[in-house]
Design a protein around this ligand. Structure first.
Ligand code: AMP
Length: 193
């Protein structure tokens, strides 16, 4: 099973990918996680990505395309994978198509979690206020300003990726506003059909 998960930040992609990962025993490949690991380790990629990520912008296409191309070649991704947070631009989607063609593999589905952006903003503002009240740290790019910027990047650069896959007949949409278990059930039905 080879899947792409699309949806804005905070839509629940990570939660749903983790469930599919377990069900199909395939790795969840999150470019966000890989970039955060690179930032933490202080690699050249991490140094390049840190400020962009903290401001809620997108890391250059060639950086994430290189990361994903290498990661797909790892032995644990041989029988499948879930791409979470990639592709985020049409350029990345086109690069992914080339990579898969060269590796002679196909995507089985592209799943989009559809959610109301205003509800996401309300949620993140509430969470930030609760964390601040408890004196807890929040992820640098989860502060409401950076989060708005991430949503804007999604609207401008990632929404066209949905259209890209829809034009190929590969896009399957799911109501991401439903309860977490209902969303999982919708995804399972899609993948089994
Ligand atoms: P995420 O955990 O998927 O929300 O990603 C966190 C941050 O990492 C994003 O706001 C971007 O700055 C960066 N990032 C993750 N994936 C990509 C990607 N495919 N293209 C560009 N930037 C990315």
């Amino acid at each position: 099973m080879r899947l792409v998960f699309l949806g804005p930040p905070g839509a629940g992609k990570g939660t749903q990918s983790a469930r599919i990962q377990e069900k199909y025993d395939i790795p969840q490949l999150s470019t966000g996680d890989m970039l955060r690991a690179a930032v933490k380790a202080g690699t050249p990629t991490g140094l390049k990505a840190k400020a962009i990520m903290e401001a809620g912008g997108l890391v250059p296409d060639e950086v994430v395309v290189g990361i994903i191309s290498d990661r797909i070649d790892e032995p644990d991704a041989k029988n499948g994978f879930i791409l979470d947070g990639f592709p985020r631009t049409v350029k990345q989607a086109e690069a992914l198509a080339d990579i898969l063609l060269k590796k002679k593999i196909n995507l089985d589905a592209v799943v989009e979690l559809k959610v109301d952006h205003n509800v996401l903003i309300e949620r993140i503002e509430r969470r930030a206020a609760e964390s601040a009240a408890k004196g807890e740290a929040i992820r640098a790019d989860d502060n409401p300003d950076a989060f708005r910027k991430r949503l804007e990047a999604y609207r401008e650069q990632t929404a066209p990726v949905s259209a890209f896959y829809a034009s190929k007949g590969a896009l399957k949409a799911v109501d991401g506003m439903a309860a977490i278990d209902d969303v999982t059930a919708q995804i399972n039905r899609l993948l089994e059909s």
